[in-house]
Design a binder for this molecule. Structure first.
Ligand code: ASP
Ligand code: MG
Length: 474
């Protein structure tokens, strides 16, 4: 197996000097095991958001507002960088680079403020500063700590098309570029450090892969160099059987399939967005979700096929603040084009629909509660009778093993027999069972379901040790 391991650190794992030093220790740990890390980093926590607000302030003509944001960002980067290399801000070796980046950023913002129009191309240019800086600071900090690190400009490797803000990576070109700019260093045993999220077109125009895009970069790099594993370092212990704040007996899921993780992502995309790790899954490279604040923890392993698990479900997720819309039209009975007309209304308002259930004359749909609802309802009323009701929660139970098992639905609804269920759906993937209830019932329902389905957890798949330890302590 390849000794190459792609290690991606998110914003909170590089938010300040303490976090970056911790990150260096984790990378060193992998080297000590004989592996060769390729490190992909996000911008320091919140920096992307702040750069985007600076860009939009300048785009509105608010020059002062934009420059005030970058002044704070400049200080934060200077202070972090200089703390990492143990120098005073005045004579810190990195400060020239940081000042030069912010000088040119400020120039762009001033120009933008006088033109008053923010284009996607300029937005990408501005927002890329976050990862450009974090990756250079981190490479330097690693070297300062004795790790043989080298900075690689991600824009030389991640070739994309020209769709700014959500550029599409060009796999074949990326593979070639990685061979040229990354592999020679890695083969020499050096640690490459590159920014996530950013790329460039063939012509060298800076682009970005979309919010949260650093995971995507990690998968592209891992796929491109045929890494042995991809590690996504974040600030949670991986994927859990349910939200531990709701249910204190929640367990860490040690192993989950890509397909299952994808179903869950929609509910708590906090951990990672599985679509972004597709390049790794296609090549059968395992992806691990790990906690940089608790690096000893084994996290969650996401693989293309699920290992055998004797429990039907892997995890229970909930999505709250939903609204259910009932569309009832007796006169539409047996006519065609009815669903199309309904969906056209949602399309017109650019409103995503989560779940749908239909009978011959009625359709129920759920959407995120939003301010467009009265307008959507008004348009739907041209077609049928419409009622809508907010404060709903969608409970989603995911597990590859429910496929073809009898009696699971009966167990689910027995567990929540005291709760009023408004909609039920089992998707075509057959690995997810979802239903809609009142938001106020959600916590109780999750606890009851968790009690039933995780009473005797499979120790191969769930971290039962943690539970034993905590019950000994209490
Ligand atoms: N910094 C980018 C963002 O906040 C990309 C990432 O962190 O994944 O969206
Ligand atoms: Mg992220």
């Amino acid at each position: 197996m390849s000794k190459l391991v792609v290690m991606k650190f998110g914003g909170t794992s590089v938010e300040d000097a303490t976090a970056i030093n911790r990150t260096a220790g984790i990378v060193q740990g992998r080297r000590d095991k004989g592996l060769t890390p390729i490190v992909v980093v996000s911008a320091m926590a919140k920096v992307t958001d702040q750069l985007l607000s600076a860009a939009s302030a300048a785009g509105r003509g608010d020059r002062m507002g934009a420059l005030a944001i970058t002044a704070r960002l400049r200080n934060r980067h200077l202070e972090t960088a200089c703390a990492l290399v143990a120098q005073a801000v005045g004579d810190c070796s990195l400060s020239k680079m940081i000042d030069a980046e912010f000088d040119s950023l400020d120039e762009i913002l001033r120009g933008l403020a006088s033109i008053g129009e923010l284009t996607p191309r300029i937005s990408d240019m501005i927002v890329s500063v976050g990862e450009r800086l974090s990756s250079r600071i981190i490479a330097e900090a690693f070297s300062h700590r004795g790790l043989d690190a080298v900075h690689v400009d991600a824009r030389k490797c991640i070739v994309t098309d020209g769709q700014h803000g959500k550029a599409i990576p060009q796999d074949a070109a990326i593979e070639l570029r990685l061979k040229e700019h990354v592999l020679p260093f890695a083969e020499a045993g050096r640690v490459c450090v590159m920014g996530g999220f950013i790329g460039a077109t063939e012509k060298g125009v800076t682009t970005t892969l979309g919010r949260g895009g650093s995971d995507f970069t990690a998968a592209l790099v891992g796929g491109g160099v045929d890494a042995g594993a991809i590690e996504i370092w974040t600030d949670v212990n991986g994927i859990m059987t349910t939200d531990p704040r709701v249910c204190p007996t929640a367990l860490r899921v040690k192993s989950i399939s890509f397909e299952e993780a994808a179903e869950l992502a929609y509910f708590g995309a906090k951990v990672l967005h599985p679509a972004t790790i597709l390049p790794a899954v296609k090549k059968n490279i395992p992806v691990l979700v790990l906690n940089s604040r608790n690096p000893e923890n084994e996290g969650t392993r996401i693989t293309s096929l699920a290992p055998y698990c004797r429990s039907p479900f892997k995890s229970i997720a909930a999505k709250r603040r939903l609204t259910i819309i009932d569309v009832v039209a007796s006169r539409m009975l047996m006519s065609h084009g009815y669903l199309k007309a309904i969906f056209e209304v949602f399309d017109k308002h650019k409103c995503p629909v989560d779940m749908v259930s239909t009978s011959e004359v009625s359709v129920s749909l759920t959407v995120d509660s939003n301010e467009k609802l009265p307008e959507i309802a008004a348009d739907l009323r041209q077609l049928a009778d419409v009622k809508y009701e907010g404060r709903k929660a969608l409970i989603c139970m995911v597990g590859g093993n429910i496929r073809g098992q009898n009696g699971i639905a009966a167990q689910v609804f027995q567990a929540i027999r005291h709760v009023n269920v408004r909609m039920i759906s089992q998707g075509a993937s057959e690995i997810n069972m979802s239903f809609m209830i009142d938001e106020d019932d959600a916590d109780e329902a999750i606890r009851s379901l968790h009690d039933v389905f995780f009473a005797d957890p499979d120790p191969e798949i769930f971290d039962v040790e943690a539970l034993k330890e905590s019950s000994l302590k209490s």
